[in-house]
Write a new protein. Structure first.
Length: 227
């Protein structure tokens, strides 16, 4: 198999698996999404994590469903993403994962919308209220009404499958799982609350986040301040 054939096979496998999940009955009108944009928002530089004992963090970590009804600051977001990503090992050291953020409660300098995280900045993908599309993408729409930010872990199948066999499709999900555990631990260390989310429709998330065909949504994580 050529690299291109491997990539195409994995993309169609991912889509076939997605079709085994019934999407939400809420309508998803792609034409009503805010337009795609390409603006940059500078993020605050990350700061060191609070000094807390690792055993305490590990034992305290939980999935939380009742955050405070307040926005998340850009400093907190920058810290969660920086510390979670830099400390995540990946198969072959390939950095195929990116994180996209859907901000539903604005906090300067991040207005509501969809952003792609880059180490020092957020690249706006769509600016505007996407809550109805987000609800229609999730199997538990209530996450949208309580959490100010939802993160999506996206795996780009192109780079790893140029190097590895199709079986690497599995490893991409292990990489995503490692990152999700770090998101949980860093969230806990920072005194924030979060919850992993696997219940979503890939096709709708891909439209919402304006993903390329080879960019596969693999996990989500809701993030907020404690209630
Ligand atoms: C890979 C993964 C996917 C998950 N997906 C969801 C989800 O879609 N919805 C949800 O409410 N919780 C989800 N969770 C949270 C689990 O339900 C939770 O971790 C589990 O019940 C154990 O609780 P704890 O995290 O508080 O220890 C997920 C957790 C993991 C690790």
């Amino acid at each position: 198999m050529t690299a291109l054939e491997r990539i195409e096979a994995v993309v169609s496998l991912h889509a076939a698996l997605d079709r085994t999940v019934s999407p939400s009955e809420r309508p998803f009108d792609e034409g009503a999404l805010p337009p795609v944009t390409s603006e940059f928002v500078e993020l605050p530089a990350p700061t060191p994590l609070p000094a807390r004992d690792f055993p305490d963090i590990l034992q305290a970590r939980r999935s939380r469903y009742n955050p405070a009804a307040v926005a998340l600051g850009a400093v907190e977001l920058s810290n969660v993403l920086h510390h979670s990503l830099v400390s995540s090992p990946t198969a072959g050291g390939i950095r195929e994962l990116t994180v996209l953020m859907v901000v539903t409660q604005p906090s300067d300098p991040l207005g509501v919308g969809v952003y792609r995280y880059a180490p020092d900045r957020a690249e706006a993908v769509r600016l505007g209220d996407v809550r109805e599309h987000l609800r229609a993408s999730l199997l538990q729409p209530e996450f949208v009404d309580v959490f100010p930010v939802l993160l999506f872990v996206v795996a780009d199948a192109e780079a790893p499958l140029e190097k590895y066999a199709m079986r690497h499709y599995r490893t991409m999900h292990v990489d995503a799982g490692v990152l999700v555990q770090n998101l949980y631990l860093v969230t806990e260390a920072m005194g924030l609350v979060g919850c992993a989310i696997a219940g979503f429709t890939d096709a709708r998330v891909a439209s919402l986040l304006n993903l390329a065909t080879t960019q596969l949504p693999v996990m989500a994580f809701a993030l907020g301040r404690p209630g």
